[in-house]
Design a protein around this ligand. Structure first.
Ligand code: HEM
Length: 491
């Protein structure tokens, strides 16, 4: 009996030793505990800092710009600073995406879709989507006309809302942003007050604030969905996935019923045409997953960027007035177009500065090593999740000097022309997994904010003068609920 007990104790000691032993030449980081790894240290620091990206900055002060962690059973390496961040985002060996129960929950139990697929499957899907979205007008005049139309309607709604009192900014842009994306994807637009779409947009916002981008405990212990479905995020994600899948499937069914191979109308039609060619990767499940990825990745980020922009302009009214004066000089009261961008350097500098400071996607989307990789004298095992802290690049004191000050002029040269330091400014990421919707997002951002400033002065609500410019933590940073006064301008 004693021998048995001793054998069990030795076995347990061995398992604990294996569990807490770090791989050879793994990056420096806090000590690992059995089973939980670094969960407690990260949670404790998160309580202090309030934001995950700030936790990584704090750890970097202690362990250097590359931090080696283990979250439960999962190896996680976080890199800070421009050089390491660029290296991780541009080297092929880091171009994988995390996989597992949590990620597959959205995509029929398979590693499909666009954002979290990898390898040749992902390459084919990305190439197809980029090619056909361009065909449908992405980055061209057709896209511009769509955004202008949406923006015009949005201004009418804001005029009505603002006449009633201060306007809620947090979700103000959700539907108009989704409409431009959905026009290209599914050939459809929705009324800006559409209840179902507003509900879906709220669910997306909720899931982005509550869900751990690297999968969290649910990814490692799928059984948690039975034990603590609310706590581990399972209920929220499955409600979101069911509702969006239903919404997208309805659209796809309508397309199938009215499909004409000779005149595809939008991305869904183009995909259905490809499905008819019996290509293995072009399945109905993939079509739903692709649409879901575009819906989520495209709406949340752009809408949050626009809401943050309005908050910053309310906080810095002198900057707002300067932008309005440039817009008066260059455009007068005519509708802004993308060709005007070049003649509005100050306006563009402000838009860049807002993106630099608001950091809507502070660590982008997690990557994964596809083999054992050597990075700056460290060895990172195959399958390690990689987080590239874009926030650390945008807040780098050595480069920006005063990163915590809101100073749009840093994006202007001595002649007052726009000069973007591309190496240090990467809100859309870099490398072959960089954001796919950059052109659409930038066009929306420019056209909506310039039109808004032509139509309104934005001011703080005297009843609630403290603005929270840091937003709420999550997969993306999102503005907290804030009401502002929009007073109509008459040009
Ligand atoms: C201001 C708005 C936006 C910001 C700040 C933003 C930022 C980002 C970032 C940082 C990444 C991660 C890059 C990486 O993994 O290294 C990303 C990926 C992605 N974004 Fe965006 N994004 C925005 C708008 C959009 C829009 C409008 C779309 C829709 C067309 C979109 C679709 C995607 C997709 C599909 C990916 C995954 C790309 C891949 O894995 O190959 N994004 N975005």
């Amino acid at each position: 009996m004693w021998m048995f007990v001793i054998a069990i104790v030795i076995l347990l000691c061995y398992l604990v030793y294996v569990d807490i032993r770090k791989p050879k030449d793994y990056p420096k980081g806090p000590r690992w505990y059995p089973i939980i790894g670094n969960y407690t240290q990260v949670s404790k620091e998160l309580e202090k800092q309030g934001y995950h990206h700030k936790v990584w900055m704090e750890f970097a002060n202690e362990y250097g710009n590359m931090i080696g962690l283990k979250m439960g059973t999962m190896l996680l390496v976080v890199v800070n600073g421009v050089d390491l961040v660029r290296e991780v985002l541009t080297r092929d060996e880091f171009s994988g995406r995390p996989d597992g129960f949590f990620f597959r929950l959205r995509t029929f139990g398979k590693q499909i879709g666009l954002v979290f697929s990898e390898g040749s499957f992902w390459e084919k899907q990305r190439k197809f989507t980029v090619f056909h979205l361009r065909d449908l007008g992405l980055g061209r005049q057709k896209m511009e006309a769509l955004i202008q139309e949406e923006t015009h309607d949005l201004m009418e709604v804001l005029k009505q809302e603002s006449a009633k009192g201060p306007v809620e900014i947090k979700n103000a842009f959700d539907i108009s942003v989704l409409n431009t994306l959905w026009a290209m994807t599914a050939g459809k637009r929705y009324n800006l007050n559409d209840e179902r779409l507003n509900y879906l947009a709220r669910l997306v916002h909720d899931s982005f604030t509550k869900v751990d981008p690297s999968g969290g405990l649910l990814n490692q212990m799928p059984l948690l969905r039975f034990l603590a479905p609310n706590l581990c995020g399972y209920n929220l994600v499955s409600t979101l996935v069911n509702k969006i899948t239903h919404f997208i499937s309805e659209s796809i069914n309508e397309h199938v019923d009215t499909f004409d191979a000779d005149s595809p109308r939008d991305l869904i039609d183009m995909f259905i045409k490809k499905m008819h060619s019996k290509s293995e990767t072009f399945t109905e499940e993939q079509l739903i997953s692709l649409c879901m990825d575009l819906f989520m990745a495209g709406s949340e980020t752009t809408s949050n960027t626009l809401s943050f922009a309005v908050l910053y302009l309310a906080e810095y009214t002198d900057v707002q007035r300067k932008m309005q004066s440039e817009l008066n000089d260059v455009l007068g009261s005519r509708t802004p177009t993308l060709r005007d961008k070049i003649n509005l350097p100050y306006t563009n500098a402000v838009l860049c500065e807002i993106q630099r400071m608001s950091n809507v996607a502070p660590v982008g989307v997690p990557h994964k090593t596809t083999c054992n990789v050597t990075l700056a004298d460290c060895v990172i095992p195959k399958g390690t999740i990689m987080l590239a802290n874009l926030f650390s690049v945008h807040m780098d004191e050595k480069f920006w000097g005063d990163p915590h000050n809101f100073r749009p002029e840093r994006f202007l040269n001595a002649e007052g022309q726009l000069e973007i330091p591309d190496k240090h400014f990467m809100p859309f990421g870099v490398g072959k997994r960089r954001c796919m919707g950059e052109l659409l997002a930038k066009a929306n951002y420019f056209l909506v904010i310039t039109t808004l400033l032509q139509n309104f002065h934005i001011e703080k609500n005297p009843d609630d003068p403290e603005l929270n410019l840091s937003g709420r933590d999550g997969f993306t940073l999102s503005p907290a609920s804030t009401k502002l006064i929009l007073s109509a301008r008459y040009l």
